[in-house]
Design a protein around this ligand. Sequence first.
Ligand SMILES: [Zn+2]
Length: 143
Amino acid sequence: MRFLADAMLGKLARWLRIIGYDTEYLPSASDEELISMAESESRLLLTRDSELFRRATRRGVPSLLLRSTTIEGELREISGAVAVRLSGETRCPLCNVVLVEDEKSRAPSSGGSIWVCPRCGKFYWHGTHWLRISATLRDSGIA
Ligand SMILES: [Zn+2]
């Protein structure tokens, strides 16, 4: 499953990337561009805009109209509609590129693995932020 998030769903796009989903986010794209991209790249269009949802559906492009305004609620709506689960892979929340493990370094306090984004070079590890992410995913019924 690949996603395309509309301009209002930037935070959701970052979350979907963290849990491993290829998620495009083009905040300045027009409705027409979003629909065309969802169609040509077989992405599920996520939107809170009922007009965009209606236009996509009329064109036969799969779209999900989200009503929630919290990240937990949005993730719950998605997991209720499609099978979303943790893939074990993580993408850079900024670049949508799969992170690679950095074999040479270890996380500061836990000594766990560190991942690096091959595009922007940012490092990631399972710190306290990850515990909050895990709790949110459990609340959303995903993990
Ligand atoms: Zn990156």
